[in-house]
Design a protein around this ligand. Structure first.
Ligand SMILES: [Fe+2]
Length: 390
């Protein structure tokens, strides 16, 4: 995050004595990125974060990909996926490349290992964004608790230990980066990191953890760690969320898509106006309800365009997506680089004179080609590539 935040108890100076009620030292942990040159936070634990009682290999993270075939536009109806597993291990991968994996999670159980043990999760490979399409609950983390609701982007930095507690059925779109940070676009920030006036959102829209329940329970606690495309279970003798205080710039936060203030114009605005985050070789954009273009001769539907060097993924959340037919809620479309895409026949003409759209969608553009997971081919709409024929 581009701003400083602190929560809980801290010593006045960093790296100085900070003692627990029994006289022992709290355990200080510096969590930093890019070798002490990137953003960081300093966390104070009741128990040593290094005290691992056992480590168990939990196997490789494997994504079954389809055999590459003809280049074409794709459409996957994720509403047809069944509920299974939990919010992490139950993720159903849809698209993948060397920079990110996009999955759908439709959990039907709390976070638990195959043997039934509950677990906390830590991704040691990159930042994650969980887009909450449906549901609400609490994200309990090293940095405190973040209540979440429908429409939230939950941005979870690399190295954060967390557990998701839902209070009902969830539908998540998950975007896992492989290295690098997922952060607000650089062009909206000034030299001090502050979001500027032309940004479609500001710091006030970012919800930080405000509650820090420092757990002191002892016992056996499993932390599932992802690193180097492998899962390992670390068994701790204390509750993993034992933070009594922290400060810094590295922490999870929530941003609700309803708080994205759309940028509109007299004529069609290009996709970068929808950008919400930048990641390593990808961007995440929000298409939200907004007024259409107001030039008297404007065509609100987008023009045909070629993503010459990027793949475009749209995840349709709700509303009527004006330029596409046959798309439903929770659909994913993939418009790969190498061929043009644009509005369906008739939709450009039909858009003229329309004053506003109620569409809600998340777009991910990747700068390296995406591969389709086999799970996605099971729910594919095979007619979509030919749907531009009038
Ligand atoms: Fe596009």
């Amino acid at each position: 995050m581009p701003f400083y935040h602190r929560l809980g108890e801290l010593p006045r100076k960093r790296h100085t004595q900070f003692r627990q009620p029994d006289g022992s030292l709290y355990k200080e942990q510096v969590m930093g990125t890019r070798g002490f040159s990137g953003i960081q936070s300093i966390v104070y634990h009741r128990y040593a974060p290094t005290a691992i009682g056992a480590f168990e290999d939990y196997g490789p993270v494997q994504i079954a990909l389809e055999e590459p075939g003809a280049l074409r536009h794709r459409h996957f109806r994720t509403a047809q996926l069944g509920r299974s597993g939990d919010a992490v291990l139950g993720r159903q991968p849809m698209l993948h490349n060397r920079d990110l994996t996009m999955s759908i999670a439709l959990p039907n159980q709390p976070m638990q290992l195959a043997d039934g043990r509950p677990y906390w999760y830590r991704n040691g490979q990159g930042d994650e964004v969980l887009f909450v399409h449906e549901g609400e609950g609490r994200l309990e983390t090293t940095f405190g608790t973040l209540p979440f609701r429908r429409g939230d982007y939950l941005v979870i930095p690399i190295g954060t230990t967390w557990r998701l507690e839902a209070s009902g059925p969830l539908r998540l779109l998950t975007i896992e980066a492989r290295g690098g940070s997922i952060e607000p676009p650089r062009r909206y920030r000034n030299e001090y990191g502050q979001l500027m006036e032309h940004s479609p959102f500001c710091e006030r829209d970012m919800r930080t953890p405000l509650e820090l329940p420092a757990h002191d329970e002892r016992g056996e606690f499993a932390v599932l760690v992802r690193a180097n495309d492998r899962h390992t279970v670390h068994v701790l003798d204390h509750h993993p969320l034992d933070t009594v205080g922290w400060d810094g710039f590295l922490y999870p936060y929530a941003f609700n898509i309803e708080d994205f203030e759309p940028i509109t114009g007299r004529i069609h605005q290009p996709p970068p106006v929808h950008q919400t985050f930048q990641g390593p070789n990808f961007v995440i954009c929000s298409f939200v309800p907004r007024l259409f273009d107001y030039h008297p001769q404007a065509i609100p539907a987008p023009y045909n365009h070629s993503n010459v060097d990027s793949d475009e993924v749209l995840y349709y959340v709700e509303g009527n997506f004006m330029s596409r037919r046959g798309i439903e809620e929770a659909s994913i479309s993939l418009h790969p680089s190498g061929l043009p895409h644009g509005p369906h026949p008739g939709t450009a003409e039909a858009s003229i004179g329309k004053e506003r759209t109620e569409e809600l969608a998340v777009m991910v553009d990747t700068f390296h080609p995406l591969y389709v997971a086999r799970a996605a081919t099971q729910i594919e709409d095979p007619k979509y590539p030919l749907s531009w024929i009038g």
